[in-house]
Design a protein around this ligand. Structure first.
Ligand SMILES: Cc1ncc(COP(=O)(O)O)c(C=O)c1O
Ligand SMILES: N[C@@H](CCOP(=O)(O)O)C(=O)O
Length: 480
């Protein structure tokens, strides 16, 4: 499989997987996509159903990833998957189990990994892939990431102690929950630098993109990415849509997935799974009050918002108003026309802050072809769904999962619906206590993290300031 940038109109040959794994963002500012989505037929799905039952999640991951990666020998890739998805790393050895609520809605549990959020599902794999490829090339990488609360700790847990990796993680100062801050900032590792930026998540993400666009700096420091701008993140997330379907559907019937959405990574993986032939009826996209994506699917207009218009909500990890991965979906909508994507994302968004695809035939047909339906949720909705799910089923869901459950329950989608559970409630205990009046159970592994010393530096919202930090930190520039 070869990969091309969403903004590439050259028609030239694509790049191999391991190159784009390390590169993250394409040099033209676009995001990498596979040249085509590999197709999976009914016989393969039937074989995978037996496989996942007998051999578990890692075996399924190997099968799915083999369709996207042809530059790692099969035996090595199998080992990578087995290490990434070793059952002992997850609170449930099934890795991504499902359960059903009494109203019929299913939950896909994705937050049983080391950092208690769905990001672990991809980040554990990325940690293994980076280590493997850096050793094979005998080189190093400087990971520059942005987090609104969950990507950061998942990445740091996955990369901590890996000798060829340095991490610089930007987060919006004061906008993460006390638990999320404690999780990240308590990490005491000289190769990990937590940077609290005076801004919102989108500012952090913009800094990451600006620094990536500086080709000289990127090459000098071997800048790589762990955000979902890195295709490997999305690819890993595709696996659990298959895992859910294989666990729930015992025939060929389609399922719908309700996905709490911010940066459009999680649901983009669902779009890829559907495009590969997984029987998916609807992709139900749920936003919080920061509803740029809901607005797009309702009107055809994509209008990004600045920090002043980005609400601080009780599902804070989704306080995002510029959804990075949306570019991948738009590339599919415009038939992989790289020049058009470059114009929409590289020019129109920068100059006008918006673009309008309402007249595009593919947009008008998207319900038929791609199956997106959307809605948004409020603080009151979130509290209501947390209360309802607890009182009806004794299950505590986190506020982001509650956004998905709210939108799923408010829609008349026929057939079976699976809501993606994206974090453990302990990460957002304030909101849970507000809803239920109880303390949230805490896995023993997180006991006392708030009392540990904090390792974080505060910087102004500027790429220059971050560049300087990378430049002066130990293990700096690489000389060829
Ligand atoms: C807990 C949680 N749920 C949902 C999301 C939304 O996922 P995505 O950004 O991939 O749309 C995020 C992060 O953005 C998150 O951290
Ligand atoms: N919710 C994320 C935001 C970054 O998204 P990513 O999927 O692109 O890494 C977070 O918690 O950091």
């Amino acid at each position: 499989m070869r990969y091309v940038s969403t903004r590439d109109s050259s028609g030239g040959p694509g790049r191999p997987f391991c190159d784009i794994l390390l590169e993250g963002l394409a040099p033209d500012g676009g995001l990498y996509l596979p040249e085509h989505y590999p197709q999976v037929d009914g016989d393969t799905l039937a074989r995978w159903r037996s496989l996942v039952r007998a051999d578990g999640y890692a075996a399924l991951a190997f099968e799915v990833l083999s369709l996207f990666i042809d530059d790692i020998p099969a035996g090595d890739l199998r080992g990578i998957c087995e290490r990434a998805y070793a059952p002992h790393k997850f609170l449930d050895p099934a890795v991504a189990p499902v359960s059903q609520l009494s109203d019929g809605l299913w939950l896909l549990h994705l937050s049983n990994g080391p950092s208690a959020a769905f990001k672990d599902m991809a980040m554990q794999l990325l940690g293994e892939l980076f280590e493997y490829e850096l050793e094979r090339r005998d080189t190093t990488i400087t990971i520059l990431g942005a987090t609104s609360g969950d990507t950061g700790s998942a990445a740091e847990y996955a990369l901590m102690g890996k000798p060829r990796v340095r991490v610089f993680m930007l987060s919006p100062q004061g906008r993460m929950t006390p638990f999320q801050q404690a999780q990240m900032f308590s990490i005491d590792d000289p190769s990990i630098t937590n940077i609290a930026v005076d801004g919102v998540f989108d500012d952090c993400q913009d800094i990451v993109k600006e620094i990536n666009a500086d080709a000289g700096f990127k090459a000098r420091h071997r800048i790589g990415a762990v955000n979902s701008i890195n295709w490997a993140r999305l690819m890993a997330q595709v696996v659990y849509y298959f895992a859910a379907w294989l666990q729930i559907a015992d025939d060929d019937r389609p399922l719908s997935f309700a996905v709490p959405s911010g940066n459009f990574g999680n649901i983009a993986a669902g779009h890829v799974a559907k495009s590969m032939g997984l029987p998916i009826h609807r992709l139900i996209l749920a936003t919080n009050e920061n509803n740029v994506l809901d607005e797009f699917f309702t009107t055809g207009v994509y209008r990004i918002r600045g920090s002043a218009e980005t609400h601080e909500t009780s599902s804070p990890s989704m306080d995002i108003s510029k959804a990075s991965n949306f570019e991948r979906y738009v590339a599919d909508l415009v038939g992989r026309d790289g020049a058009r994507v470059a114009d929409l994302f590289g020019r129109q968004l920068r100059e006008e802050g918006r673009f309008d695809l309402s007249e595009l035939r593919a947009f008008r047909d998207q319900l038929e072809t791609h199956g997106f339906v959307t809605g948004s949720s409020t603080h009151a909705d979130r509290l209501g769904q947390i209360r309802r799910t607890y009182s009806e089923d004794g299950v505590i869901i986190d506020p982001h999962t509650a956004d998905a459950v709210q939108v799923a329950r408010s829609m008349q989608v026929c057939g079976t619906v699976v809501a993606l559970e994206t974090a453990l409630p302990v990460k957002f205990s304030g909101t849970i206590t507000e809803a239920l009046g109880i303390e949230v159970p805490r896995p023993a592994v997180f006991d006392g993290i708030e009392d540990l010393p904090r390792h974080v530096v505060e910087v102004a919202c500027s790429a220059t300031a971050v560049r300087e930090m990378i430049e002066t930190a130990p293990g700096g520039a690489v000389s060829e």
